[in-house]
Ligand binder design. Sequence first.
Ligand code: ATP
Ligand code: MG
Length: 413
Amino acid sequence: MNDILPEASGTWRFLEQSVQDLVQSYGYTEIRLPLLEYTELFRRSIGEVTDIVEKEMYTFLDRNEESLTLRPEATASVVRAGIENGLLHNQRHKLWTAGPMFRYEKPQKGRYRQFHQFDVEALGYEGPDVDAELIIMSARMWKRLGIDRIRLEINSLGSPDSRVAYRKTLVNYFSGVKNRLDDDSIRRLEQNPLRILDSKNPDMQAIIAAAPVMLDDLDDESAGHFAELRVLLDEAGVAYTVNLRLVRGLDYYNRTVFEWVTDALGAQGAVCSGGRYDGLVEKLGGRATPAVGWAMGMERLVALYAACGGIVPEQHADVYLVAVGDVAQRRAFSLVEELRSSIDGIRIELNLGGGSFKSQLKRADKSNATYALILGEQELADGNIGLKPLRSTEDQISVAMNELAGMLAARLA
Ligand code: ATP
Ligand code: MG
């Protein structure tokens, strides 16, 4: 679990804000959710026989002996909230949410126990138009941020029925190579063979690569849905590869699944992943509601943005007020507040804790402010204030106090 320190938080805020602005411009609105849910919610939605539920959840009993879990992902909570608040009765919602997620994984670069996701969910939409729009929206996000080392993989998991057929195909195949499966996969063979395809074990990759693919078992409607999605992506000029072994690690997906992957971050290549989960609302007790969404790992976005040469606009003060002497220091307090009232959005820092003229000016320089304002006893007596440009070779000038706000506003505009 990481601390995000001041030197990094500017990048985080910039990226969070960029992503929020983008999805808001597509009509998504924010929903804020609790970090804790009943454990049962995740067991039922993500699935008992998955990495997350079997090994990765932070689960504990509260004082009332109820089993609670720190959320490992957001989709289940969005659906729970939608049902509980009556948002899903013949309504459609495009929602976004963001915040920390918790998974007890082996920490390594790009993989943490508390990490952050940005999440979008479209509830009540059958697609494939919304599937396409969600993907196109993410493609625009990379473009806006100048992220080019990323590519898209898509697949279709079909309907629940066609998954039953595919499951049989997989059990057959993996049973034939059972002596080469790892312990997890042997355990999952009967319970959840699809999960074997999502194994991260390098020793399993050859067996997985040779496994039969879903496509052969795909039902007609899902095949049509997938074909239309591809047409829409083609028309939008969004490039992709069909990865027939992309299944995702959670049980609730059907039909469209996709993943944006990068080679810029080593082994942790998945940056943004999602898919359709038409059965989940009903499974959790709501009325059948088609839905689709994606989640992006913010730590990986931050790293990828840097890897692609992204630079974050620096945050610094416009003005640093230097005040020397007791009287000037007291006057400085009211002066900065007057300036804040008269110049909208001005970023102004008041020297705190006194100090000599020289040491205050040093602080002003360190603050990266554009100007220092200098107030001493002489200036007070004359009704003036010194304005010293800190980022240019321009000379300091003296400004009449009653002209200061106007002059600063003009210079900062
Ligand atoms: P991975 O294949 O890397 O384990 P995942 O399939 O488990 O990822 P999802 O559950 O789809 O991931 O979560 C969506 C996104 O959240 C991922 O694409 C990734 O960017 C990010 N993510 C997932 N787990 C972690 C983690 N432990 N630390 C940091 N980011 C993570
Ligand atoms: Mg994972």
